[in-house]
Ligand binder design. Sequence first.
Ligand code: E4P
Length: 214
Amino acid sequence: MYLDSANLNEIKEATTYGIIKGVTTNPTILLREEVPMRESVERILQATVGDVFVQVSGNTLEQLYQSAQEIMAVSTERIIVKVPINSAGLQLISKLKAEDRNIPILGTTIFSADQAILAGLAGCAYVAPYINRMENNHINPNEVISKIRAFYDERNLPTKILGASYKNTNQVIDSFLAGAHTVTVPLDIIKKMMDKPLAQDSIEAFEKDAAKLG
Ligand code: E4P
């Protein structure tokens, strides 16, 4: 799984648990750190040995292409470019593929299986369905994930489903059961997955008995 954060302390802490393969960001996540994009991405690359996902910004193909160039100028190693899946985003992916840019692409802001079908056909390495934002809009994210997974599996497409936008741990479990290959979560969700009050009660009881044992 991945950590959804650009905060260096969070990245360092999450790394100690040995379960993250890299870090995902978006413009909102980067803005929280109050550091320019280039500097922030460079620091994140130093703080993790894994992949770092950075999102393009802009509304037109030209703006998106310029943004992708800026991201690839920071590094092309361990960087995965996140591209929102709409008409301009698909044009950008087509242009990067035509130029033979050997950089993996994640199709982001997925709210519907048809977007993910297009992203898979366009050659995205990953797609990111937005779980909590779907639920906020009365869309069942698990149905969307299972439809995407069925389409990819039937056609042997290599695109991986990377669930994003999580606000509780049940959403994470349900995504995996629905067919997500992986997920990205904030540190507070990782902590809620690790530290269960009931487990803590048992651990404390064992600790008391261990102390009595000497
Ligand atoms: C991935 O980086 C996504 O952009 C992110 O998970 C969205 O999360 P949010 O819906 O909590 O903003």
